[in-house]
Design a protein around this ligand. Sequence first.
Ligand code: 13P
Ligand code: SF4
Length: 336
Amino acid sequence: MQDTLNFAKQRLEKNGYLDLDVDPTLDLMEAITKLKKEKNMILLAHYYQESEIQDLADYVGDSLQLAQMAEKTDADIIVFAGVHFMAETAKILNPSKKVLLPDLKAGCSLAESCPAPLFAKYKEQHPDHVVVSYINCTAALKTLTDIVCTSSNAKYVINSIPEETPIIFAPDKNLGAYLQKETGRENMLLWNGACMVHEIFSHEKIVKLKLRHPNAKFIAHPECEPHLLEIADYIGSTSGLLKYTQNDDATEFIVGTEAGILHQMQQKSPEKTFIPAPPDNMCACNDCPHMKLNTLEKLYLCMEHELPEIHIDPAIIERAKLPIDRMMEISAKAGL
Ligand code: 13P
Ligand code: SF4
């Protein structure tokens, strides 16, 4: 058994997770709940995680809410059911804590689209610009950033910068274009990155779906392309979309974001109908392949063996924390 564990640890870097067999008769929900208590762990889950992981979590939220929870927790260990940049942010905000991620390969197409060395060169060409980076980026990119933002506080972050100051917004061009429109800022350069999940929705299929469901409202995340946002009845972050479905009178919603959030929407409003916005692909699925790398088995193994763990160079933590702290201050002032 020890040999198998050692072998799995050696292969951790290559696999991204502990590749061990789990007893198929084990009640994973019960085992995970027990581990959380025994080891004083907090389990944070993003809305895009599979529903069973959401049900087990101590807190389910959007990127900002999860960062806020990670910063203030007094648990000994933070277990992050989300993607790599989220767990990395938790570590930067709370460096003395052990932060675990069930699968280190749970990445993000936005983070991948903006390699720090390339961005550093771009930044050098625009020395008078303030850099605002969407939290969906690497810790290395955050070290090149003035203020970080999430989809729920991005407008406040942009509006905190004097109007005459030019801005570079990275890495999401769709969120950037939405912010340009909302804030009226013309002096904003956009990095050419996008989310592979939110770029895949089909305008044509959504329009047809709206015709078939005339009373349904189409709600969309600002990572969607501009031509989709134009036909949306409401645009917001994951927590914003969830709140909207709870407070709005409509009873039917076409949801333009990753399908994992439908679990919370359905739980909070069981009498309402939620239709995932159809993507422009053959498999008709709009799951984030990165988010869905986390499974109950991997979560259990990660909590049992306290691996894989997030490690970041202390010098990177020190520099990357500054723009995140600025974001936290702006969010607190805005009451978010
Ligand atoms: P929010 O959680 O800020 O809504 O962002 C969604 C997302 O794509 C996270 O990867
Ligand atoms: Fe990244 Fe998009 Fe997946 Fe979010 S949904 S983790 S932005 S690829």
